[in-house]
Write a protein that binds this ligand. Sequence first.
Ligand code: NAI
Ligand code: AKG
Length: 411
Amino acid sequence: MNALAATNRNFRHAARILGLDSKLERSLLIPFREIKVECTIPKDDGSLVSYVGFRVQHDNARGPMKGGIRYHPEVDPDEVNALAQLMTWKTAVVDIPYGGAKGGIGCSPRDLTKSELERLTRVFTQKIHDLIGSHADVPAPDMGTNAQTMAWILDEYSKFHGHSPAVVTGKPIDLGGSLGRDAATGRGVVFATEALLAEYGKSIKGLTFAIQGFGNVGSWASRLIHERGGKVIAVSDITGAVRNLNGIDIPELLKHKEETGSLANFNGADHLDPNELLIHECDVLIPCALGGVLNRENAADVKAKFIIEAANHPTDPEADEILSKKGVIILPDIYANAGGVTVSYFEWVQNIQGFMWDEDKVNSELHRYMTRAFHKIKSMCHSHNCNLRMGAFTLGVDRVARATMLRGWEA
Ligand SMILES: NC(=O)C1=CN([C@@H]2O[C@H](COP(=O)(O)OP(=O)(O)OC[C@H]3O[C@@H](n4cnc5c(N)ncnc54)[C@H](O)[C@@H]3O)[C@@H](O)[C@H]2O)C=CC1
Ligand SMILES: O=C(O)CCC(=O)C(=O)O
C-alpha cells in the first residue's frame, strides 16, 4: 500500500474512534497547499539537469507548518503528502505549537557534488521562498539533507527577506542552530524506547537491538543505546549490513564509517545480508531509513518483540496487522521520532528569543516532552481500548480537530 493510502487509512481509523464529523474529517485530510516546482541547475561539467521539488503544507490550525526536506530518488508527490500529514499529527502528539509540512526533491544526493547540491538547494529555495517563513512554514533536515542544506536555504531566503534564522531549523550552531539538534531524533528515539520498555519492566541495558539505517537518526540511536549498555547486534545502511552477536562496538563502527564512507570491511563484525536485518533475532528492531520496509512480504518473519519506528512510515498497514497478531509491540513514528521536531521547536524558540540554551537544558526538556507525550498516548490507549499507533493518532488528531473547531474552520 502506498504511503499516502496507508496514512489516510490510519487517520480515518482514528477519526472513527474519535467520532469526528465527516466534514471535519474531510477538511483535516485535504492538504492546505501542495507546491511542485521545476529546479534546473548546471552540473559542474556545464550540462543542464532538471529536478522536481515538492513542498506539501498539510495543516496550520495549531501554528506554523513544520517538517523536513528530503533528497532521495524515490521522492514523489504522494509520499511527500503522506509525510506532511504525519508531521501534523506528530507536532500535535508532542504538543508543540506547529502544524505539518514536508518537502523533497527527487534526486540522488550521493551522485551530486557539494556545489551541485548547493545550486539545487538555492534554486529550490528561490522557487518556494514566498511560501515559507518563520511564522508560515519552517523546513528542517530529513533523509539526504543536513545542517549544511539548511544553511544554504537560510542564506538564499535571507536574500529576499533579510536575515531570518528562524526560517529553518537543524542549522549549523554558528548560524543559530540549537545545541543537541543533531542528536535529537536519535536521542528522542532512545527516550521513547526507555519509556516503552519501562512499561514492561525492562531497560535498554542487556537487550539486543537491530538497527536499519546509520545516518543521522540511526547512528545517534545506536551510539546512545550502546552508551546505555544495550547490545546493538546488527546495523545496515545503503552500503550493506554488519552483525556481531556479542554487540557491535558502535564508536569503532562510527570511526570506520567516517574514514571509509561505508559499513563494508569493518573488522569488528561479520557481513550480513541487508534483507536479513529486519527479520534478525533481536529484542528491539529500529528501522531508521526508508518507509514501507516492513510489509506483507516480511512481517511474518520478524522476530523482534518491540519495533521502534524511528523512520517515518516504516510499517505498512498490512504488516501492522500481521505484527499485532504476533504480539509485537510497535511504537509508532509520530511519537517515536518526534524528538527531532521537538528540538527544532526549541531551536526556533531560541532564535525568536535571541537567547541560546545550553545542551543540558535542551536534552532535559526533550526528555520531559517525550515522557509527557508517552503518558498521554497510554491514556488514549486506555480510553479507546486501542494500540499505541491508534493511541498516538487519536491524541494528535483530537488536538488538531479541537484547534480547527475553535478557529471555526470546520464548517
Ligand atoms: N533527521 C531527522 O531529524 C528526522 C528523520 N526522520 C526519519 O528518519 C529516517 C532517517 O532519516 P535520517 O537519518 O535523517 O537520514 P540520513 O540521510 O541521515 O540517513 C539515512 C540512512 O538510511 C540508509 N539507507 C538508505 N536506504 C537504505 C536501505 N535500502 N537499507 C538500509 N539503509 C538504507 C542510508 O545509508 C543512511 O544511513 C527517515 O525516515 C526520516 O524521515 C524522522 C524524524 C526526524
Ligand atoms: O525537525 C523538523 O522540523 C522536522 C523533522 C521531520 O521532518 C520529521 O520529524 O519527520
